[in-house]
Design a protein around this ligand. Structure first.
Ligand code: UDP
Length: 346
């Protein structure tokens, strides 16, 4: 692939930073647009340029987009706590939904031809089928899911009326970390199972609470499809070639589900000791099973996950977390004396 230029909103976040890494590895030029409210400066690899800017700042978005040409815009910048969205719906509908639509409009105005959206399996609610393929009815389960769907709809009309092609990638559970150990998962607050189980086994947090053991699954705990974030990054790059003449939607997961107890066992194998854990009640809004039907992505793009062994997925997450007890704060502390200054534009 010849060298291309990409703008990545939210490129300092967990998934976004791994896409930046994948684009840099292919020799492309990458500019990250991130307000660093949830993302981390140290998650932007040195080869990328960082613009510190907010999605709500139309003038700053315009300035960034004016600095084209851009081969595509990748949009990751968003709030992503489903539970929080159930108590603060308008925060999500406005910050993710409305600001996302403003970004789509700005991209159309600046003549962007390709747009890739980080979307979510939350769009499918508590689907009554498994695996969940692209034919399952959309029924967002939360204002978070709804906010992503708002942007998907804006992209539909941007295509119909203005010819801007887009890919909406509906992720299942992004997991793992950069196999080279440069990047990892650092959320505040952390709510996800794998990082919390790792912290519990490392003695950095109280025992893990297992949310519900009475689900209609073989061991009674919820089943999810944990896709390695590097495989997710690969999917984003592969879909670009689909966007020459049409827009696409794909569900992105491995097609294989693991229960909460299976994850806990995997963390124990990787760590070499038992994970302190206690049984707790169900967490509101958790469907029993969410597994992706990703055959469409596989057949149309040739994508397939390289991380097919759960312990490898967990292992990459474990190694990064073990080495970074304070997340990216450690990376900043370690790299400060020798780091090359990043070009930052306000
Ligand atoms: N989970 C759990 N204990 C925790 C965090 C999560 O048992 O401390 C369960 C949660 O109920 C769900 C699964 O682990 O069934 C994955 O949750 P996570 O928050 O990682 O991702 P989600 O599926 O909600 O996007």
């Amino acid at each position: 692939m010849s060298r291309k230029r990409f703008l990545v909103t939210g490129g300092a976040g967990f998934v976004g930073s791994h896409i930046v890494a994948a684009l840099l590895a292919e020799g492309h030029e990458v500019v990250v647009y991130d307000n660093l409210s949830l993302g981390h400066r140290a998650a932007v690899l040195p080869g990328a340029r960082l613009i510190v800017g907010d999605l709500a700042d139309g003038a700053a978005i315009d300035a960034a987009l004016s600095d084209g040409p851009w081969d595509a815009v990748f949009h990751f910048a968003s709030l992503s706590l489903v539970g929080e969205s159930m108590t603060l719906p308008f925060k999500y509908l406005l910050e993710n939904g409305v600001n996302g639509i403003r970004l789509v409009e700005a991209c159309v105005r600046h003549g962007i031809k390709r747009f890739v959206l980080s979307s979510t399996a939350n769009l499918f609610g508590a689907a009554d089928r498994s695996p969940i393929d692209e034919t399952v009815a959309i029924n967002p389960h939360s204002p978070y899911g709804e906010s992503k769907f708002m942007v998907e709809r804006a992209l539909f009309w941007a295509d119909q009326i203005h010819g801007m092609r887009s890919a909406c990638l509906r992720y299942f559970n992004a997991a793992g970390a950069d196999p080279d150990g440069r990047l990892g998962e650092d959320h505040t607050p952390e709510t996800h199972l794998i990082p919390l189980a790792i912290d519990a086994v490392l003695g950095r947090r109280p025992p893990l609470s297992i949310f519900g053991s009475d689900y209609a699954t073989p061991d009674g705990t919820c089943i999810r499809d944990y896709i390695h974030v590097t495989d997710l990054a690969d999917a984003h790059i592969r879909v670009l070639t689909q966007l020459d003449n049409r827009s696409v939607h794909y569900n992105v997961g491995t097609g294989r589900g693991y229960s909460v107890l299976e994850i806990v066992e995997s963390v124990a194998r990787v760590a070499g000791k038992q994970v302190p854990a206690t049984m707790a009640g169900r967490r509101a809004g958790d469907p029993a099973v969410l597994v992706a039907g990703a055959d469409k992505l596989r057949s149309e793009t040739g994508w397939s996950p390289r991380f097919t062994d759960l312990d490898d997925v967990v292992g990459t997450a474990f190694r990064w977390r073990e080495a970074h007890p304070r997340g990216y704060d450690d990376a900043v502390a370690r790299s400060a004396p020798t780091s090359t200054p990043q070009r930052v534009r306000a």
